[in-house]
Write a protein that binds this ligand. Structure first.
Ligand SMILES: NC(=O)c1ccc[n+]([C@@H]2O[C@H](COP(=O)([O-])OP(=O)(O)OC[C@H]3O[C@@H](n4cnc5c(N)ncnc54)[C@H](O)[C@@H]3O)[C@@H](O)[C@H]2O)c1
Length: 428
């Protein structure tokens, strides 16, 4: 079996490797020619995916990449893993999905299977995507080609969950479409979870992500409440999680980041409006989470004030630029908001991140492009008035930090394990 996977990013590339590992021949497609040539020469551009894992499959002839969509003519199935971001006005931007759909349609063959994996609102596969596929190919979904939706559940940088072991939800446009999709995914994924249709699968994915966003908002709110009551939220969570049923721990932080949790709820909220429904819960969670960087910066101000220092003119290091531990992904990272807020209040800011040596140009934060991570040593760390821990990378030596830094504001509770002088570590 040969399949094509379109969009070779954080989701598409690991999926390619899993299919290749299972003995399926995989053709990877991307519009980014640099990624394509890196892959064909066995190189990786995602830090937590070692080049060796790619190279092995390239050399064995099980994996190759291309920018040429005409090549999909020869495959059994086409899986779409392209971005689903938001537009400036925070409404869904389906342009990547629809452009990809048009590119597929021009070469679509009878009997082929097309599966959307990108996170999106319910109805996208059977309405918007189906429309471009049918219009461009002259073929009919469910009759001439199969159409399905199967959301990716990638957790980048988490070695405990291999793609093969993560159950995969699948919804088909018709029962035959579902059967065709199951036949493909069965080759690479141990547990398949068939659902009634594409929109149920789309809804399941949004439920998973909204669930995270709402629960993170809850502990972020409780952090403030408990702190005012002189209770440590981390202690409360550690105690509550001993309950063997009916509780699941979520942890507070400096705000949400990444390509999923800050973005996906807007997809649901937008669709809900189309059908005259409100999403008050979802929106409230978003509000609370987006307010976190402000609160963290206020706590930095308090910690400095306790030392008779002002934020204005203070030298502050933001530790961790990636949005989550042990990856290099800085998309939507709250660290940027922290840097912006601190700088706006007159602080002199810098960052340290072992996974992000230099900030690449981005649309969202052009003013930070080219900024380099500071070096990790005693002299540098002791030179800051405060170090603000935004991301708890395992590659950071927190014992050294406890020793070297003058003042630490910790949003991740990583310093709890290390003895420090009273007043040196502030939780935020
Ligand atoms: N990153 C995650 O942890 C994660 C987890 C679950 C689901 N998702 C969802 O998966 C989807 C992809 O996310 P990602 O993080 O892999 O994005 P990404 O930006 O890492 O990768 C997307 C890739 O698609 C390519 N691309 C864009 N337009 C294209 C086109 N028209 N044709 C071919 N290639 C094109 C880009 O060049 C890029 O390589 C999104 O819908 C996201 O919400 C992401």
């Amino acid at each position: 079996m040969t399949i094509a996977i379109i969009g070779l990013g954080y989701v598409g590339l690991p999926l390619c490797l899993q299919f290749a590992r299972s003995g399926v021949r995989v053709l990877g497609l991307d519009i980014d020619a640099k990624k394509v040539s890196a892959l064909n020469t066995g190189r990786s551009y995602i830090q937590h995916i070692p080049a060796g894992k790619i190279n092995k499959h390239v050399r064995a002839g099980r994996f190759s990449a291309t920018t040429d969509f005409a090549k999909i003519k020869a495959v059994a199935a086409i899986l779409i893993c392209v971005p689903t971001p938001l537009k400036k006005n925070r409404t869904p931007d389906l342009s990547f999905v629809l452009t990809t759909g048009k590119a597929i349609a021009a070469h679509l063959q009878r009997g082929q299977l097309v599966v959307l994996e990108s996170t999106t609102y319910p109805g996208t596969t059977e309405n918007e995507l189906r429309a471009v596929l049918e219009a461009g190919s002259g073929l009919k979904a469910g009759r001439d080609f199969h159409l399905a939706y199967s959301p990716e559940r990638e957790d980048p940088g988490n070695p405990q969950h291999r793609v093969a072991d993560i159950p995969k939800v699948i919804g088909g446009y018709t029962p035959a479409c579902l059967a065709a999709a199951k036949k493909v995914y069965r080759r690479a994924i141990r547990t398949l979870v068939p659902v009634a249709n594409c929109r149920t699968a789309e809804a399941a994915k949004l439920l998973e992500n909204v669930f995270r966003g709402v629960n993170i908002a809850l502990v972020n709110e409780l952090k403030g409440v408990y702190s005012a009551l002189d209770i440590d939220i981390w202690d409360a969570i550690a105690a509550a999680r001993t309950k063997p049923f009916g509780f699941m721990p979520f942890y507070p932080g400096p705000g949400l980041g990444g390509h999923c949790i800050p973005i996906d709820p807007f997809y649901l909220a937008w669709k809900a409006k189309q059908v005259g429904q409100e999403t008050r819960f979802v929106e409230l969670a978003g509000e609370i989470n987006r307010a976190m960087p402000e609160k963290v910066v206020a706590q930095v101000g308090k910690a400095l004030a306790a030392r008779k220092k002002k934020l204005r003119g203070a030298k502050i290091l933001v530790l961790g630029l990636a949005y989550k531990a042990n990856v290099a992904d800085d998309r939507e990272s709250p660290s940027y908001r922290l840097l912006d807020l601190l700088a706006a209040r007159g602080a002199v800011v810098a960052y340290y991140d072992p996974h992000v040596p230099v900030i690449r140009p981005t649309r969202e934060h052009p003013h930070w492009a080219g900024t380099k991570s500071v070096k990790w040593n005693r002299r540098v760390m002791a030179g800051f008035d405060a170090v603000l821990i935004a991301t708890a990378h395992a590659a950071v030596d927190y014992r050294q930090l406890a020793d070297w830094a003058r003042l630490i504001v910790d949003t991740r509770n990583v310093m709890a394990k290390f003895p420090t002088a009273p007043g040196k570590v502030w939780k935020a």
